[in-house]
Design a protein around this ligand. Sequence first.
Ligand SMILES: [Zn+2]
Length: 95
Amino acid sequence: MHIREFQEMMRSLYLHRDSKRGVKGTYDRLAEELEELGEALKGKDKEAVQKEFADVIAWLASLANMTGIDLEKVTITKYSGKCPRCQQSPCNCRF
Ligand SMILES: [Zn+2]
């Protein structure tokens, strides 16, 4: 499954609910999921970490649907096989 297909699946599953929640509400849920991922990363429960990663990308896809963003297009355009800052692969940025 490609990023675009995943985003389309999320659209089919959740756009009707996401639309009622709105962009801000959906963004807030994504932020909550990121916090939960951060908490899971502090522990040793690999399954919990996996589930939080899934939640983060799911809510990110929902937010992209809400805002008309094609995640596959924008990510591949920006990260096209080289670092967008230093233009090298692997990245050679200083930080
Ligand atoms: Zn770089």
